[in-house]
Write a protein that binds this ligand. Sequence first.
Ligand code: PLP
Length: 385
Amino acid sequence: MSETATPPSAPLRARAEIDLAALRANVRTLRAHAPGAALMAVVKSDAYGHGAVACARAAVEAGAGWLGTATPEEALALRAAGLPGRVMCWLWTPGGPWREAIEADLDVSVSGLWALDEVCEAARATGLPARVQLKADTGLGRNGCQPGEDWHALVGRALRAEHEGLLRVTGLWSHFACADEPGHPSITAQLTRFREMVAYAEGEGVRPEVRHIANSPATLTLPEAHFDLVRTGIAVYGVSPSPEIGHPADFGLRPVMTLSASMALVKRVPEGHGVSYGHHYVTPGGTTLGLVPVGYADGIPRHASGSGPVLIDGKWRTVAGRIAMDQFVVDLGGDEPGAGAEAVLFGPGDRGEPTAEDWAQAAGTIAYEIVTRIGTRVPRVYVNE
Ligand SMILES: *Cc1c(COP(=O)(O)O)cnc(C)c1O
């Protein structure tokens, strides 16, 4: 992803402004929510669409002791950009870049024996010990090692490799299924299972630096899940994990991304004019239409056709008809803000603009998906570096 270091002087078709001061403040706020734990800023998927390197740097400046990514390639890219400190990645497939990861001093996650064997082979080849974190499936039913025999075998083989000097078991960790639904019975069940699996490994002789299970919702609502490290993703970007647990401001968080576009055309049309593909909107009377030059190729969800909100000239307008690949239309009700007027799709919300959560509601999805999918054609413009 190209990163624009300073706001370009030429007007842009569209821009995603990334407020790095807000991001740093969010990191400090999250550290205060989990004062006994270190903080990992999760910057996978290009920092949830905000730009991995700039956001990782800002998070580290604000006191994130760890960075986390899904894939090893994402973690290696952070190292290549010069980011120091602890970097962990957890989504491995056979034949992955284990040697590169060891040489880059990454913490790698292992959920099964195939991965442990591959990391040991790479450690022998490089002559360097790997930092390995063992992942337990405490109930999510996704990645992670099953409790019981599987866990015993994984822990046993990891300890033998540690004794041979091939690796250090730096962490024991897991992930929640329903942390965004406070009171869900799976939460306490997973915590109990996690404590048991950690106790087994420690009883066998594992001495992890960090034990961790908390994502953003658990960091915000579940202190007993903080352990040694919290892994916060969405909250770093100032977005609430779920409207049910609260708004960003309830937790002292502020949305980092503001998505805006420059209106490409404003024109008068008569009553009964069909708008956009399929004519799902027909003007109820003579009106003005505004053309907003972003579409689903830019990550604007087509499911928000007829419902997505936009702030133009101080008023909320709604997407009229279908969102197309590159553009959509709003009914301006006779107003004529003029081509070049700013259309704000979402932002922090305190200038009256909609939020990513509003778009999530309009599209029937979660705000994670709204920010993460903003496409590469939209330049990220960093402010408050
Ligand atoms: C994405 C991810 C996180 C961060 O989740 P948020 O809900 O965005 O805080 C933490 N841990 C793992 C394993 C993840 O994949």
